[in-house]
Design a protein around this ligand. Structure first.
Ligand code: DGY
Length: 334
């Protein structure tokens, strides 16, 4: 039996899993992110935190929370948590991989189609009563998707799921660049591994699926936009800072690239004001990659189960920092 801070509203099913083990919870049931001071105050003396990707938990926060044993993130990405800092302090960090792969791939592909066929713009036009007449040379003409080249940057589970939709549904040619070769994608989808610059130069669509690290921050900036085709469309459902938004705005305004579809932003929830103004070649959604009812429920229950197992002293199913276990074993041996 332990006390847990839950930083935002979660599904009843997740709470049931915690209560079954007689854990007690303090839930922030407002829609606001807890400011750091408040998070520290409310997590003080508790054993665990269940948090979201917009709760920043760095070493200075951990230093003020010596009782915390587990941080369970309701997200597959965990760039909001200082993993090395947690490991040093013996705190287990868990995430929710797998369950959101297909849902996020659906959204990435929906964004690709929306940008290619200008769906949001056509929707606005129709609602505004501007659809008077069918024209051959009409406004809102998009570009074809079928048979084009899709460049996947980061061929992990989500990248591969997007590539599968592209290959099997739209007969696209798949090329990819990733930190390691993905043989399964190469065999199943005839995906071809290429150098990053080659991918930039030949892709009609580029979809990013890399985690946010020092290496991937601003992976797409002025240099990269200059190398892309003028007709290219960039889709980002990974993390906002992977794309340099100021450079993207310039590239879009100068016609360096055709368009962009973004679900994630550099300074969420803020969106670069110039992106908001670019209605004709930009599609924007508010970080909804995993936002289906089924998937969000699975993410929340998975995070609760990770917490339950870790608090029992077991290795939780989705432990991010394996090294924490080695540290614990070492200190037991000493
Ligand atoms: C994640 O889990 O990292 C996603 O960004 C949430 O949609």
């Amino acid at each position: 039996m332990a006390e847990i801070l839950i930083t935002r509203k979660v599904f009843r099913e997740a709470l049931d899993l915690l209560e079954k083990e007689r854990h007690t919870t303090d839930i922030n049931d407002t829609d606001r992110i807890l400011p750091t001071r408040e998070l520290i105050k409310r997590a003080g003396g508790k054993a665990g935190i269940i948090c979201l990707l917009n709760d920043k938990i760095d070493a200075s926060v951990m230093d003020e929370l010596p009782s915390i044993k587990v941080i369970s993130n309701i997200a597959v990405g965990y760039d909001n948590i200082d993993i090395a800092g947690a490991t040093e302090r013996g705190i287990m960090v868990t995430n929710t991989p797998g369950v959101l792969t297909e849902t996020t791939a659906d959204l990435a592909f929906a964004l690709l189609v929306s940008a290619a066929r200008k769906i949001p713009e056509a929707d606005q036009y129709t609602r505004a009563g501007q659809f008077k007449n069918w024209q051959l040379m009409q406004e809102h003409m998009g570009v074809d998707i079928y048979g084009k080249t899709l460049g996947i940057v980061g061929m992990g589970a989500i990248g591969q799921a997007v590539a599968r939709r592209a290959k099997k549904g739209f007969d696209m040619r798949i090329i990819y660049h990733s930190s390691s070769r993905n043989e399964s994608a190469e065999n199943e989808l005839e995906a071809k591994y290429v150098a990053f610059d080659e991918l930039l130069a030949v892709s009609d669509f580029i979809s990013t699926h890399v985690p946010l690290t020092k290496k991937t921050e601003h992976m797409f900036s002025t240099r990269e936009f200059k190398k892309m085709k003028h007709s290219a469309i960039l889709i980002n459902t990974a993390r906002g800072p992977v794309v340099d938004e100021a450079a993207l705005v310039e590239a879009l305004k100068d016609g360096r690239i055709r368009g962009a579809a973004l679900d994630v932003f550099e300074e969420e929830p803020a969106v670069h004001p110039e992106l908001i103004k670019l209605r004709e070649n930009v599609v924007l959604t508010p970080h909804i990659g995993s936002a289906s009812i089924e998937t969000r429920l699975r993410m929340a229950t998975m995070a609760a189960l990770n917490m339950v197992e870790a608090l029992k002293g077991n290795r939780p199913p989705n432990l991010v920092n394996e090294a924490v276990i080695q540290r614990k074993n070492l200190s037991k041996g000493n």
